[in-house]
Design a protein around this ligand. Structure first.
Ligand code: 0O2
Length: 271
């Protein structure tokens, strides 16, 4: 195939990867903005390189005519989760979506690969709007934990180094590491709810401090400097207590105080 044709062929896949990654990042932000735990920790994407496509076509005996139907991972998106439990949550978020249709599910969690590889793959149909009109493309979404990702990326580099023929002693080591990853993910699941609580508290505190500082800054326009400094000192004192409930109480009091000032300034405004 001519170079120009490869470019044309791959362009809709580049669009798909960019859009899907940005949509998943938007979901992650939505969780954070609502002070909720996000099952999506990180999202990455890539379009398969021409050499990797050619290699796969050869290995699977795929013709150029069937390339786009049979090579399902030209567009690839990877969703990294903190915990194993998050993987199904992410999968159900994808199944619910109107803008992509899951056409295949490859569950390498329930059916770990011989190599030790674990991950959940969803093959989706996704529509991109090109200058030539709408184009439906396939994309592979790989969902896995951080630990699984660590194993897979390391093993992938070794596959590359040994051109798919990993020596038995290295394979054995990788297999042991895969077992350790499995145990680690299970261990982390035991403390999942505690970790989630801690992360949510930290998000809430960050938001509270930001809102309190904005409120104090606004007070400078309506209250005396001496009074605002006193409030500021009180804020530093409460902050140093490391008590989220105290911080929440302080914000409520601050709101009431600021509201009083706002009412005063409306009352004294000329008609
Ligand atoms: P890259 O560089 O990630 O794009 P296959 O015959 O296994 O190559 P198939 O049947 O189309 O491919 O689908 P499968 O098995 O779901 O694998 C597709 C992708 O999953 C692979 O892409 C890898 O990213 C990942 N994967 C599958 N098995 C393994 C494994 O044993 N180890 C690692 N590290 N990753 C795996 P590509 O094409 O290998 O390349």
């Amino acid at each position: 195939m001519e170079i120009q044709l490869w470019r044309e062929l791959l362009h809709p896949y580049e669009m798909a990867v960019e859009e899907i990654v940005s949509k998943f990042n938007a979901l992650r932000e939505e969780y954070k903005k609502n002070s909720l735990y996000s099952p999506i920790e990180r999202v990455t994407g890539r379009v398969k390189s021409v050499s990797s496509i050619l290699e796969k076509m050869q290995r699977k005996n795929v013709s150029f005519e069937n390339l786009e139907q049979e090579i399902e991972d030209i567009a690839g998106v990877r969703v990294i989760c903190q915990f194993v439990e998050d993987i199904e949550k992410v999968a159900s978020l994808i199944v619910m979506r109107q803008d992509m249709k899951v056409i295949e599910r490859k569950d390498y969690l329930a059916n770990q690969k011989k190599s030790g590889y674990r991950s959940l793959h969803l093959i989706v149909e996704y529509m991109v709007e090109t200058i030539h009109g709408p184009r439906r493309v396939l994309a592979e979404i790989q969902i896995r934990t951080m630990a699984m990702n660590f194993w897979a990326t390391t093993e992938h580099s070794l596959q590359y180094k040994y051109k798919g023929e990993i020596p038995p002693h290295v394979s054995l080591q990788l297999s042991k590491a895969a077992d350790a990853i499995f145990v680690l993910d299970n261990e982390m699941s035991q403390v999942r709810s505690e970790i989630i609580d801690a992360q949510i508290d930290s998000q809430i505190q960050t938001r509270l401090v930001k809102d309190i500082l904005t409120a104090i800054e606004n007070l400078y326009h309506v209250a005396s400097t001496r009074e605002v400094r006193k409030i500021q000192d009180e804020f530093y004192r409460i902050y140093s207590l490391h008590d989220l409930e105290e911080l929440k109480r302080f914000q409520k009091q601050l709101d009431i105080f600021a509201e009083g000032y706002r009412a005063q300034s409306v009352d004294s405004a000329p008609l």
